[in-house]
Design a protein around this ligand. Structure first.
Ligand SMILES: Cc1cc2nc3c(=O)[nH]c(=O)nc-3n(C[C@H](O)[C@H](O)[C@H](O)COP(=O)(O)O)c2cc1C
Length: 391
């Protein structure tokens, strides 16, 4: 129902995204999109480029006077340092000197460099690096901000927080939604000040050693109606769609829904969320280890998923590599200087969850205008209240 395609290279003129399927009437507020873009650029442990780039969105189509039109929305975010890369990134044929400038031939372990060179048959890794870079997530965050605007109208909010950086982690247990306000004040987007201090220290140690450090983020959506997704077919299961969306984020290497990996070491009686009756709210659940999803369908609880972010691969203490031209042993190129991107990955994860939930919402309660969607959603909620709500 909701589709989006991004385009653009890391040092090209801009990143772009086309979002198709949004109903007419969804608020388009550039300040809100920019606020998300800035959150993606922040977080303790980022390097020099984030200071050069202060991202800001341009809305090229699909919106008028602050609302979507129902036609495709296209967004553009310029790369501010493109000025210095004009010949290197030119789409037009260039003299040899420009072709040699910024040429890369030592693939970095952990990046797409070698796999991409083998795939596309190039010995200039610049052709791979530019698109494989996580700069692409800028376009996803911009698209995600539009999805969030639709969800907000439907009473659904999406947030994230950092659970772990290296060995520094939050104390065990679910983080309540109300605690998430603290996240935007924290340098590492963590709800717990003591854990945040330990996370900052972990990043400082890694940076001092010229190394990098990974971690875990959690994304949470509140207000999600029951009945999004379907068990009817494998590719309609919403847990699978969320997992794919989160796994597609650069550096994410594992995804867990709800209790996730703990399910492998817990007995069923201690894992599943009992169903109880409460006169005030009707059918309810005292726990949420399922992360709001059973059978690939939302059950009305908060949707919760975690993503494991690997330590970023560009290291000042560069790992061993081989020069593709001479086949001699070389140290991998150092293209970027971030130490830790876990807080930023959380912001990207919010965007991806928002896009998947908005798509599933439109499947369930779609319409050509926001008013139609909200009317369909209210009818669904009313039917569910009759089935499971208080007497
Ligand atoms: C927001 C964000 C920023 C990133 N910045 C960097 C970076 O500065 N340096 C780096 O080596 N990797 C960075 N990465 C990770 C790489 O892009 C990623 O590891 C690489 O493209 C290979 O993809 P894979 O890890 O998914 O296999 C970043 C990831 C995210 C989500």
């Amino acid at each position: 129902m909701l589709r989006f395609l991004t385009a653009g290279e890391s040092h090209g003129p801009a990143l772009t995204v086309i979002v198709e399927g949004l109903p007419a009437g969804v608020p388009v507020e550039r300040e809100r999109i920019d606020a998300d873009l800035h959150r993606r650029q922040g977080g303790y442990g980022r390097g020099g480029r984030m200071k050069i780039e202060s991202d800001s969105v341009e809305v090229l189509s699909g919106a008028r006077h602050g609302r979507t039109l129902g036609s495709p929305v296209s967004l553009l975010v310029r790369n501010r340092d493109h000025e210095n890369w004009k010949d290197v990134m030119s789409p037009d044929a260039q003299p040899d000197a420009a072709r040699q400038r910024r040429r890369l031939h030592y693939p970095r372990p952990g990046h797409a460099d070698l796999a991409g060179a083998l795939k596309y048959g190039t010995d200039d890794l610049r052709n791979v690096v530019e698109r494989a870079s996580a700069r692409e997530t800028t376009a996803r965050v911009a698209a995600g901000a539009l999805a969030r605007a639709l969800l907000r109208e439907a009473g659904i909010e999406v947030r994230s927080h950092v659970v772990r950086i290296g060995t520094a982690s939050l104390p065990a247990g679910d983080v309540a939604w109300e605690r998430l306000d603290a996240v935007e004040e924290s340098p590492v987007r963590c709800v717990d000040a003591r854990a945040a201090e330990a996370m900052v220290a972990e990043i400082d140690r890694a940076r001092k050693d010229g190394d990098s450090v990974g971690g875990v983020v959690e994304v949470i959506a509140r207000g999600v109606p029951a009945g999004l997704g379907s068990y009817g077919q494998w590719d309609r299961k919403l847990d699978g769609r969320i997992a794919q969306a989160l796994m597609s984020i650069h550096a994410v290497k594992a995804v867990a829904v709800g209790g996730g990996f703990a399910g492998g070491e817990t007995r069923g009686s201690a894992f599943h969320d009992e169903i109880v009756w409460d006169e005030a709210v009707g059918i309810t659940r005292p726990t949420n280890r399922a992360g709001g999803l059973e059978g690939g369908v939302t059950n009305g609880q908060e949707v919760r998923a975690q993503a494991v972010v690997k330590p970023i691969p560009t290291l000042l203490v560069a790992l061993r590599s081989v020069d593709l031209a001479t086949k001699e042993a070389r140290k991998a190129s150092v293209e970027r200087s971030d130490t830790c991107v876990v807080p930023a990955a959380g912001v990207v994860a919010e965007a991806m969850l928002a896009l998947v939930l908005a798509d599933a919402l439109l499947e369930k309660a779609g319409g050509d205008s926001l008013d139609e969607v909200l009317a369909h959603l209210e009818a669904t909620r009313e039917a569910q209240r009759r089935l499971a709500g208080p007497r």
